[in-house]
Design a protein around this ligand. Structure first.
Ligand SMILES: Nc1ncnc2c1ncn2[C@@H]1O[C@H](COP(=O)(O)OP(=O)(O)OP(=O)(O)O)[C@@H](O)[C@H]1O
Length: 258
C-alpha cells in the first residue's frame, strides 16, 4: 500500500539574490514510498532535498506536479505528516512531557489519555526518567529523542526527517541511528529522511533516492538488499556504498538560475 506518492513535481523559487529571476530547485521528481518503508534522499548540497521534504510536509506548494499522502492530495501542513528537524525545534519553555504532548493537546484529547500516550512515547525513546526536564537540561541526542517522540505521538502517516542527526558527534549519531532502528521495530512507520550521509542512508533505509545536482531530479532509486541488517565492510555493504558514491560523484554541476 502506498503511503506517499510524488508525481512530476517541480519547484521554482524567486531568486533570493537577483530580483525578477527564479531558481529551479527541483524538476520532474516522481517517487513512491510504501507503507512502513524507510526512504532516504541523498544528493549534493543544494540539489533540493529539503525543498522536496518541505513540499511533502506542505510547507511549500509545488510549481507543478502533485503529492499524495495515503491517497489524499497534500495541500498544506497536516497531522498526517510530522517533521523532525536538525535543530530539534523544541519549545524551550516547556518540559519534555509538554513538548511531547503538544500535538495531542491541539487535538483536544483528555488529559488522562494524553498522560498515557506521552509516557508510552517517552519510554519508547528512552526518556521516561526525564519528562520533567527542560530542553536545556538535555544532551543533543536526548533533545532529538524528544523531537522524535513529539513527531510520533500524533501517529502520522509519514514521518519526515531533515538531517536529524547532523548536529550530533559521530558516536551519538551512530547511537541515534541504532535507536531509530529499535524505535521503528517497535512502532512501524513510513519515514522519509534527508541526509548527507551515504552510510546513514544504507543503515536505515529500505529504499534510497539519489538526486542529481540542481535542478534536482531523481537520478536513481536503489533498494537496499537487506534493510537495517547490512553489516558494515562486508562485500554487499561496500558494493552498495560504492554504487551510491559513484552515482553522486558522477554528478556534474548543471545548476541554473532561471
Ligand atoms: N525559500 C527559498 N527561496 C529561494 N531559493 C530557495 C529557497 N529555498 C531553497 N532555495 C534554493 O533552492 C535550491 C535547493 O535548496 P535546498 O535547501 O532544497 O537543497 P538541499 O539539497 O536541501 O541543500 P543542503 O543539502 O545544502 O541542505 C538551492 O539553490 C537553494 O538556494
Amino acid at each position: 500500500m502506498l503511503a506517499l506518492k510524488v508525481e512530476h513535481v517541480r519547484k521554482i523559487y524567486p531568486s533570493m539574490h537577483s530580483k525578477g529571476q527564479e531558481v529551479l530547485a527541483i524538476e520532474d521528481v516522481s517517487m513512491n514510498v510504501n507503507k512502513n518503508e524507510f526512504c532516504s534522499i541523498l544528493g549534493h548540497s543544494g540539489c533540493g532535498k529539503t525543498t522536496l521534504l518541505n513540499l511533502i510536509a506542505g510547507f511549500e506548494v509545488p510549481s507543478a506536479g502533485r503529492i499524495e499522502c495515503a491517497g489524499k492530495e497534500v495541500k498544506g501542513p497536516g497531522a498526517d505528516r510530522s517533521m523532525v528537524f536538525q535543530d530539534y525545534a523544541l519549545f524551550p519553555w516547556l518540559t519534555v512531557f509538554d513538548n511531547i504532548a503538544f500535538g495531542l493537546k491541539i487535538k483536544g484529547i483528555s488529559s488522562s489519555e494524553i498522560n498515557q500516550i506521552v509516557m508510552r512515547f517517552a519510554a519508547l525513546v528512552g526518556l521516561s526518567q526525564f519528562t520533567t526536564h527542560y530542553p536545556h537540561q538535555l544532551s543533543g541526542g536526548m533533545r532529538q529523542r524528544v523531537s522524535i517522540a513529539r513527531a510520533l505521538v500524533v501517529d502520522p502517516t509519514v514521518l519526515l526527517m531533515d538531517e536529524p542527526f547532523a548536529a550530533l558527534d559521530a558516536q551519538n549519531r551512530a547511537l541515534m541511528q541504532a535507536e531509530m532502528i529499535r524505535i521503528l521495530n517497535e512502532e512501524s512507520k513510513t519515514v522519509v529522511l534527508v541526509t548527507h550521509s551515504i552510510e546513514e542512508a544504507i543503515n536505515l533505509s529500505d529504499v534510497i533516492v539519489v538526486m542529481t545536482r540542481r535542478p534536482g531530479k531523481v537520478k536513481e532509486i536503489i533498494r537496499v538488499p537487506e534493510p537495517r541488517k547490512m553489516v558494515e565492510d562486508t562485500p554487499a555493504y561496500l558494493a552498495i556504498r560504492r554504487q551510491i558514491r559513484d552515482l553522486i560523484a558522477g554528478e556534474h554541476d548543471d545548476s541554473e538560475v532561471r
